[in-house]
Design a protein around this ligand. Structure first.
Ligand code: IFM
Length: 771
């Protein structure tokens, strides 16, 4: 909070008392001082929140709920009238001169980066990406140095339809000429408000900037930059506009920019509002962008900023996590949640690439990361966005059908890597540790077909009390089942097999009877067989085939064998190679790892995660004990998935350790690949570790089940999320679990002796957490 400090030597018009605040709180005495009220009115008109005469704690709480906290609040109370007026004049002058607004640097909400480090720059560009309405702007600095990779990307807009055709780079919208360029700076991503700030360090009149992608006016980017007069060059004449478009026959991105320049006391500010639009069939015309820009210019930057703060505050009010004893983990989780929120938009379908819109890693292709890692997270954050993810798959069912037919199979086969039209865009070749290798996943990583069906069913369970699928969704589940029925092979002894596949553990290729693939296919067949649209004969056949599918469970050992012959491989443990996470294939060579039991990421264990009912009872702890020391975490998806399962097995401390690794994947660039974008699958996995892992949240038959466990380092955990159309808040500490919901919701806590129950509007339950 900024408290007024006396201005004695400088006139208000030139005073620099700090920064532009977001709100002014004045007590009654202050408001009655001569000349104060008109100034407050002026500020209010300019977009600054003004609260008069409210008790300070209540005023601060109200502002906090609108995303205005700490040093963004100017409190006027016991100053002499001259000082109060000077402070208000100074704020009016700053807003009129379009100075860059201030920021509240709250360590619970701020990701801070110091210095301009060319090696790290592309990483921070990814981390600091801001997105709204399906348009993402990487966090590049304004002067666009050579070592950066500034990109504007749009959901589902690709350069073409081939394997190498990544997301289409849109027009550059943030470049500002700064001469000389900034040598050292401090950049802050404020997760609370979705704003990115920059301040040059060590300069008399530092370059400062702020940008945000407006979530109140989707598709709108707002940028302000200030610097000494002679350092900053505008792109457009003041009040000028520029329209730029890029695209192909498969779609395009257009940007309409409006720029204003202001000069005051040797400081020039450039303010740019940019309306961005995209189209999936051709480069867009300016019509929609024009409408967006007109609305934005009539709103004005400062009001847009107030909207932005309030809109993000509403998001965090509904969905958040609070871990009072572990601020670092809490911040990492909020960062993950921030990037998950940023995936959402209002389109009818949502293609979530492996890096979202934060970079062009994996060419923006959609993997199982979307269906199994992001969607279950998004369904608890923004169910409409999760529905759009299902729609993305449903719309590509005809392509999946055509592929199955082309391969002589029934039903529909979904591609391992998907992009524009749902054809498989997995490249044929890639590099592992500098060595060129064939990529077989496009042909062999078939579990994706069941993963897609699983996601549709999971989404329905979390959003509809009946759990029922729509017609299109049940067609998808039926056709994926038909694929498996035609894909599996029956042996003379009656057992069914799926041969020659790659499971989630991509270190072992061309394996037979991958337990995860088989369990998913079995679930797909059984789930489809339960649908009324399936005839009696087909139902019987699918159930028979499902029962006949082997799943690698070895009753003597009490664990699932990952694939036929796995147990005969060299019993190498990861720690024999290096401390995980490690790319074991790069370190030890692909051939060596393929001959060993070292695996890239949870594989058998994913059965316990996605289909706990399909795993042999009691086998989770034994599978975990066996596979955890063999898992290299060579995929960004791995630590969170394993964390979740440790939590489910009651090993909450081990879970927390892995969760912390998962949260560092991007923030510390653990794998050296964040420059190509944030791993949104890992973000989804981290959030699932909280909701599914630690809270034990699951939806069965229209009821929310809870089974919390807490690591020993946490005294309590509060999580807010969406479930079955309700806003749910769960607070767990060592003695109690309290649940509040925004409407009727049946909650079933799994605590010994507690009954399941429901209430008409609000649930509240107290019982002890499991660990
Ligand atoms: O989908 C993942 C896969 O599981 C491991 N390699 C990277 C892919 C994209 O994130």
């Amino acid at each position: 909070m900024a408290r007024g400090t006396p201005v004695t030597e400088r006139s208000p018009s030139t005073a620099e008392l700090g920064h532009t605040v977001g709100a002014v709180v004045v007590d009654r005495r202050g408001a009655s001082m001569p000349g104060v009220r008109p100034r407050l009115r002026r500020l209010r008109d300019l977009g600054v929140r003004v609260l008069v005469g409210r008790p300070l704690p209540a005023a601060l709480e109200q502002l906090d709920r609108s995303g205005i906290a700490g040093e963004l609040v100017l409190v006027i109370g016991d100053e002499p009238p001259d000082t109060a007026r000077a402070l208000l004049d100074e704020q009016i002058a700053r807003v009129l001169a379009r100075r860059v607004p201030g920021i509240c640097v709250d360590p619970r909400w701020a990701i801070v980066e110091h210095g301009v480090d060319p090696a790290r720059h592309r990483v921070t560009e990814s981390l600091f990406t801001v997105v709204s309405g399906g348009i993402g702007i990487r966090g590049s600095v304004e002067e666009a140095p050579d070592f950066g990779d500034p990109l504007v990307l749009a959901t589902g807009i690709y350069v073409g339809t081939g394997p190498d055709d990544g997301l289409l780079p849109g027009p550059d919208v943030i470049d500002v000429d700064l001469t000389p360029p900034v040598i050292a700076d401090r950049r802050i991503l404020d997760l609370r408000t979705g704003t990115l700030h920059r301040t040059e360090v060590g300069a008399d009149r530092p370059v400062r900037s702020m940008r945000f992608a407006s979530i109140a006016q989707p598709g709108l980017l707002a940028v302000r930059v200030e610097a000494a007069d002679d350092r900053i060059g505008p792109c457009l004449p003041t009040g000028g506009e520029g329209w730029e478009t890029v695209g192909t026959a498969y779609g395009g991105i257009g940007a309409l920019a409006h720029e204003e320049t202001h000069q005051d006391s040797g400081i020039r500010s450039v303010e740019r509002l940019v309306a961005v639009d995209s189209c999936r069939s051709s480069p867009p015309g300016p019509r929609i962008a024009r409408r967006r820009l007109d609305r934005a210019t009539s709103t004005g930057f400062d009001h847009l900023l107030a909207q932005q703060r309030a809109a993000w505050a509403r998001r965090w009010e509904r969905v958040t996590v609070t871990v009072p004893d572990d601020p670092e983990t809490e911040l990492g989780l909020r960062f993950a949640l921030f990037h998950l929120w940023q995936l959402t938009d209002d389109h009818d379908e949502l293609a979530v690439g492996a890096r979202g819109l934060t970079g062009n890693g994996y060419a923006g292709h959609v993997f199982w990361d979307a269906d199994v890692f992001v969607l279950p997270a998004l369904v608890t954050i923004d169910p409409r966005a999760a529905a759009a993810m299902v729609a993305y798959r449903v719309h590509r069912l005809p392509t999946a059908r055509a592929r199955a037919r082309a391969e002589g199979r029934e039903g529909a086969r979904f591609p391992w890597e998907s992009a524009y039209d749902g054809r498989d865009v997995t490249p044929d070749e890639g590099y592992v540790g500098g060595e060129e290798v064939p990529i077989l996943t496009g042909t062999l990583e078939e579990h994706i077909t069941a993963d897609v069906a699983w996601a549709a069913v999971h989404h329905a369970a979390w959003t509809r009390p009946s759990g029922r699928l729509t017609g299109a969704e049940s067609t998808l589940v039926r056709e994926t089942a038909a694929y498996w029925a035609s894909r599996l092979a029956l042996d003379p002894d009656g057992s069914a097999h799926i041969r020659d596949v790659i499971g989630p553990d991509e270190y072992h290729e061309r394996v037979d009877d991958n337990a995860f693939t088989n369990a998913m296919a079995r679930w797909n067949l059984r789930t489809a067989a339960r649908q009324w649209r399936v005839g009696a004969a087909t139902r019987r056949e699918w159930l028979r085939l499902a029962d006949a599918l082997v799943d690698g469970y070895d009753a003597d050992a009490g664990i699932h064998e990952q694939f036929a012959g796995y147990s005969g491989l060299e019993p190498l443990l990861v720690r024999d190679l290096a401390e995980p996470p490690v790319a074991a294939d790069v370190l030890a060579g692909r051939a060596r790892v393929a001959r060993s039991q070292v695996i890239k990421q949870p594989d058998v264990l994913m059965i316990h995660h996605l289909l706990p009912g399909e795993a042999a009872p009691g086998s989770l702890a034994r599978d975990l004990a066996f596979y955890a020391p063999r898992t290299a975490h060579g995929s960004s998806l791995s630590p969170a998935a394993m964390a979740l399962l440790h939590a489910r097995a009651g090993q909450a401390d081990a879970a927390l350790e892995l969760l912390r690794i998962s949260l560092r994947i991007d923030l510390d660039d653990l794998g050296g690949t964040t420059s190509a974008g944030v791993h949104v699958g890992a973000c989804g996995g981290a959030w699932q570790t909280i909701v599914r892992g630690f809270l034990g949240a699951a939806v069965r038959s229209g009821r929310l089940e809870l089974d919390p466990v807490l690591p020993s380092a946490w005294g309590s955990l509060e999580v807010r999320f969406r479930c079955l159309g309700r806003d749910v808040r769960v607070r767990a500490d060592r003695e109690t679990v309290a649940v509040d919901a925004s409407g009727p919701l049946t909650v079933r806590p799994r605590v010994a002796g507690a009954a399941s129950w429901s209430t008409s509007s609000r649930v509240r339950f107290s019982g002890g957490p499991g660990a």
